[in-house]
Design a protein around this ligand. Structure first.
Ligand SMILES: Nc1nc2c(ncn2[C@@H]2O[C@H](COP(=O)(O)OP(=O)(O)OP(=O)(O)O)[C@@H](O)[C@H]2O)c(=O)[nH]1
Ligand SMILES: [Mg+2]
Length: 392
C-alpha cells in the first residue's frame, strides 16, 4: 500500500481488499478513487485503481450474463439498424411497451420482477428496423445488485437506451435522475458523447490537441499536457465543452464513460390528465442533457407509440438513403447512415472499393435541387434521398 495516502483512502483500500463480491469491490474502489488526493505521489495507484475498476465492471457484467443465460441465450445478437435496450425500474411497463411496439411475446404482469431474461423484438419504422430488448428491472435501492450488472451489460452493448418510467409512482424528474446516476456509477452516460470533457487517445495526432468550443478556466494547455502525461496519455485529442477545470479533466480520465443515445419514455400516461402528462414531459426534458428525447405514452392504450420510431431516429442521429442502379428502381431497403454523411460515405457502404472508382452521383429527394441532380463526392445526403453512384 502506498505510504502517501490519507487514512480515509487507506480505509477504502482496506474495504476493497476485504470485499467478497465483485459488486462490493467495485463500490469500494469507486469510493477509493473519489477520496484519493490527485497529485504526483498518487498517480500510479490511481492508474491501477482505474484499470482494476474497468476490469471488475466487465467481470460483473460477464458473470451476470452467464448466470442468467447459462452462457447461451443471454447475449442478443444485433439485428436491424440499431439495438435499443429498454430499461427501467420494476413494473413500469417495459415489457408491455416492447410487446406493443414489436409484437414480441413477452411476459407482462401487475407484479414487479416479471421479466427475468432479456427478450428481443423488432420495431419497424419507415423501412428501418430497430431491435428493442426487453430487460429485467433496474433496482434503484440496491445499486450493486447483480441484476443491475446484467442490465448494465446489456445497456453497454446496445446502440441506444430507452429509459422507461411509470407516471403512476413517484416524481418522474427524480426517478430519471436516479436512473442516470445508477448508469453513471457503471460508467454509462446518456446523450451526446462527451459531456464537458472527452479524451481520446489518438495515434493520428502528435501531442495533445484541444478541440471544441469550451475553455480551460484554471490552466494552460501546458498544464493539461502535464496532467495527461501523468496518466501516460501523450497523444490525445481533448474535446472541451463549456467551462472546464483541470479537475474535470482528471475526473474524465479516472472515470471514463461510454455515452449512449437515449430516449426517455414516460409510460402509463393514461393514469393522468393529458395536460399533467405534458407538463411532466417538459420538466423531465429540462432536467436532461442535450440530445436526450422525452415522450409520454400509454402502452396499455397504445397512445403516443407512433412517435417512438421518429424519436429513436433523432436520438441516434441517423438518416435513410435508398440506392439505385441506372434505369432500375431504388432498393426498397435503405442504407442507414449518420446525419452529415456524404455521397462518398454512401459509396463506401455499397462496396469498399467504390470510393476509389467514384465519378459522380445522381440524387433524387430532399437534398436534390431538382430530380436527378448531378453531385460530387462531398455532397451531403439527407434522410429519404435516392442515390445513384456512377463509377469508373
Ligand atoms: N395503466 C397502465 N398500466 C400499464 C401500462 N403499461 C403497463 N401497464 C401495467 O403495468 C404492469 C407492469 O407491466 P410490465 O410490462 O410487466 O412492466 P415491466 O416494466 O416489464 O415490469 P418488470 O418486468 O417487473 O420490470 C402490468 O400490470 C401492465 O398491464 C400503461 O400504459 N397504463
Ligand atoms: Mg418486464
Amino acid at each position: 500500500m502506498p505510504a502517501n495516502l490519507p487514512p480515509e483512502a487507506k480505509a477504502k483500500l482496506a474495504k476493497y481488499s476485504d470485499a467478497k463480491s465483485v459488486e462490493e469491490k467495485i463500490r469500494a474502489l469507486e469510493e477509493f478513487i473519489s477520496v484519493v488526493p490527485k497529485h504526483k505521489g498518487t498517480e500510479n495507484v490511481l492508474l491501477w485503481a482505474r484499470k482494476r475498476l474497468a476490469e471488475l465492471r466487465r467481470e460483473a457484467e460477464e458473470r451476470a450474463r452467464k448466470r442468467v443465460g447459462g452462457g447461451q441465450g443471454f447475449f442478443i445478437e444485433k439485428e436491424g439498424a440499431a439495438q435499443v435496450a429498454v430499461i427501467g425500474p420494476p413494473n413500469t411497463g417495459k415489457s408491455l411497451l416492447v410487446a406493443r411496439l414489436t409484437g414480441a411475446r413477452v411476459a407482462v404482469s401487475a407484479y414487479p420482477f416479471t421479466t427475468r431474461k432479456p427478450v428481443p423484438g423488432m420495431l419497424s419504422f419507415k423501412d428501418v428496423k430497430f431491435q428493442l430488448i426487453d430487460t429485467p428491472p433496474l433496482l434503484l435501492e440496491s445499486p450493486d445488485a447483480q441484476s443491475n450488472s446484467l442490465v448494465a451489460g446489456i445497456a453497454r452493448n446496445a446502440d441506444a437506451l430507452m429509459l422507461v418510467i411509470g407516471l403512476d409512482v413517484g416524481d418522474p424528474v427524480s426517478l430519471v435522475q436516479a436512473l442516470l446516476k445508477l448508469l453513471e456509477s457503471r460508467g454509462i452516460g446518456v446523450g451526446q458523447a462527451g459531456g464537458e470533457v472527452q479524451i481520446e487517445k489518438s495515434r493520428a495526432v502528435r501531442g495533445v490537441v484541444v478541440e471544441g468550443d469550451g475553455v480551460l478556466v484554471d490552466a494552460t494547455v501546458k498544464d493539461l499536457e502535464r496532467v495527461l502525461s501523468k496518466y501516460r496519455l501523450y497523444n490525445a485529442v481533448v474535446k472541451l465543452r463549456g467551462r472546464v477545470r483541470l479537475s474535470d479533466i482528471e475526473e474524465a480520465i479516472l472515470r471514463p464513460k461510454i455515452y449512449k443515445p437515449c430516449l426517455v419514455v414516460l409510460n402509463k400516461a393514461d393514469l393522468l390528465p393529458s395536460r399533467e402528462a405534458g407538463r411532466l414531459v417538459k420538466l423531465v426534458q429540462e432536467s436532461l442533457p442535450p440530445g436526450v428525447g422525452v415522450v409520454s405514452v400509454s402502452a396499455a392504450r397504445g397512445t403516443g407509440l407512433e412517435s417512438v420510431g421518429e424519436l429513436l431516429f433523432e436520438a441516434l442521429g441517423i438518416i435513410r438513403v435508398y440506392t439505385k442502379n441506372p434505369h432500375k428502381d431504388p432498393d426498397p431497403e435503405p442504407l442507414v447512415l449518420k446525419k452529415g454523411a456524404t455521397v462518398i460515405d454512401v459509396a463506401a457502404r455499397i462496396r469498399r472499393d467504390l470510393p476509389k472508382r467514384f465519378r459522380y452521383a445522381k440524387i433524387w429527394g430532399p437534398s436534390a435541387k431538382y430530380p436527378g441532380m448531378k453531385v460530387g463526392a462531398e455532397h451531403r445526403v439527407s434522410d429519404g434521398d435516392i442515390v445513384e453512384i456512377h463509377a469508373w
